[in-house]
Design a protein around this ligand. Structure first.
Ligand code: FCB
Length: 470
């Protein structure tokens, strides 16, 4: 820990911040299966679209892939020990569909379910609440070969898979997230092809988006049938709040386009039962095929919404209305600070998006299921990783949460992305998001300064809670 950080803790700044959170607030960390597990050829796991994509030359930075990743499949117990050391109250992980059903349907691999059951039991033994994401992008390749998310059938296969996982773990998992980031699945995966499966098909992109939402809707009742009464079931969306670069009417117009595309595409169907009115036209495509009953399934009540937020966009209006995904995004913004991903650091965006969700949709409960930053970390080769910018990022974003809470937002928890460094999709291992450093050569884990800071902060929170009760 840097001297500056120590001083700040000593002077009680973080304690005062911690004291502003309500009782029962969950402090967690998040990961995803393909990004950390490795062991892709073990215990009968099937091939996922990310194995295929990463093996395709030119798709992932330096040809990196998830075959070893952070070796979590083999170091799970050690990783849970680390979480306990950090004092985490919850851990969000994802389940690799191809570990459970190698072909995406039919035959179930017992070893796959056993692994996640062991993980859940290990977490519970340490008093850490498991939050399971059922789909964080590793679609079984067999399903992709049949058309993947372009096909309605994939949604039905997902619901079957979701049910069989819920049957096994439903009595123990505290939070269920059906799908992670439909926007990324549809747009990055099927629209512009920078994520698996690497398709470039504008119409297909919105069809895929609809099928992903249908998968969520179909899975909801199937999961609910098996989970215990206190378990919560929801979905996680990514948000990038839009701000105007100036006050011209063109800017207001384009900002609304960027907002429909970046934020409302999936919240409107979830909470209002329809897609944003002009979205598909503004994307230059037809409405996806929507069958009778789909929107009712998609908009069935959820217990919580998971919010992933890293940054914002600033829009400057163009003379003629652009396609919704081609608005002029100002970058770099003069005077702004950026992470290694090139994402602007803008904590107020997190407050704003939470308040907007509360006001626009009256969302019953919210969790920030991802927030964090990639920076260049310096490991001293020993026990110390200095990452002062991540400490600042986390503190400032946690402070941003208190501003949402003060405005009545039903925010119940925060998960930092990520527990540990991992395979950052198309960026491979070049971007480190962890509060725990991974030395990939030895698979050694080293808690970064930010991890120590987060652990101290959680401890401060617990102490202030005890004092309030006393
Ligand atoms: C999100 C993903 C997550 C991680 C972060 C940086 O879009 O859900 O897996 O890669 O971005």
């Amino acid at each position: 820990m840097s001297i500056a950080d120590e001083l700040r803790i000593q002077t009680g700044t973080d304690r005062a911040l911690a004291a502003r959170f309500p009782q029962g607030f969950l402090w967690g960390a998040a990961t995803a299966s393909y990004q950390i597990e490795g062991a892709v050829n073990e215990d009968g796991r099937g091939v996922s679209i990310w194995d295929t994509f990463a093996a395709t030359p030119g798709k992932v930075f330096q040809g990196d892939n998830g075959s070893v990743a952070a070796n979590h499949y083999h170091q799970m117990a050690e990783d849970v020990d680390l979480m306990a050391q950090l004092g985490l109250g919850a851990y969000r992980f994802s389940i690799a569909w191809p570990r459970i059903q190698p072909d995406g349907r039919g035959a179930v691999i017992a070893a796959g379910l056993d692994f996640y059951e062991r993980l859940v039991d290990t977490l519970l033994a340490k008093g850490i609440q498991p939050f399971a994401t059922l789909y964080h992008w590793d679609l079984p390749q067999q399903l992709e070969d049949e058309g993947g998310w372009l096909k309605r059938e994939t949604a039905y296969a997902f619901a079957d898979y979701a049910e069989l996982v819920a049957k096994r773990l439903g009595d123990r998992v505290a939070g269920w997230i059906t799908i992670n980031e439909p926007w990324c699945i549809a747009y990055l995966g099927y629209g512009i092809g920078i994520h698996a499966p690497g398709k470039r098909d504008r119409q297909g992109c919105v069809e895929a988006g609809h099928h992903v939402m249908l998968a969520h809707g179909l899975a909801l009742p199937r999961i609910r049938a098996y989970v215990n009464a206190s378990a919560k079931v929801g979905i996680t969306l990514n948000f990038s709040p839009a701000y105007p670069a100036d006050e011209r009417p063109e800017t207001q117009r384009d900002m609304a386009l960027a907002d429909d595309f970046g934020n409302r595409w999936f919240t409107d169907p979830l909470f209002k039962g329809h897609y944003p009115e002009h979205l598909f036209e503004a994307l230059g495509v037809n409405s996806p095929t929507i069958e009778e009953g789909d929107m009712a399934l998609i908009s069935a009540p959820i217990d919580f919404l998971g919010v992933n937020n890293y940054s914002r966009v600033v829009v400057r209006g163009l003379e003629k209305p652009p396609l919704a995904d081609a608005c002029h995004i100002v970058a770099p913004i003069p005077g702004a600070c950026y992470t290694e991903m090139g994402w602007e650091i803008f904590p107020q965006g997190l407050t704003d998006i939470l308040v907007w969700l509360h006001q626009e949709y009256a969302v019953p409960a919210l969790y920030v299921t991802e927030n964090g930053a990639a920076f260049v970390d310096t490991w001293d080769g020993n026990g110390h990783v200095s990452d002062p910018r991540r400490v600042d990022y986390l503190r400032d974003h946690i402070e941003a949460l208190t501003k949402a809470l003060e405005q009545g937002v039903a925010l119940e928890g925060y998960f930092v992305w990520s527990l540990m460094d991992n395979f950052e999709w198309a960026e491979g291992y070049s971007k480190r998001f962890g509060v725990v450093y991974i030395d990939y050569a030895t698979q050694q884990r080293i808690v970064k300064d930010s991890g120590h800071w987060y652990a101290d902060f959680i401890r401060e929170y617990q102490q202030t809670q005890m004092e309030k009760r006393a």
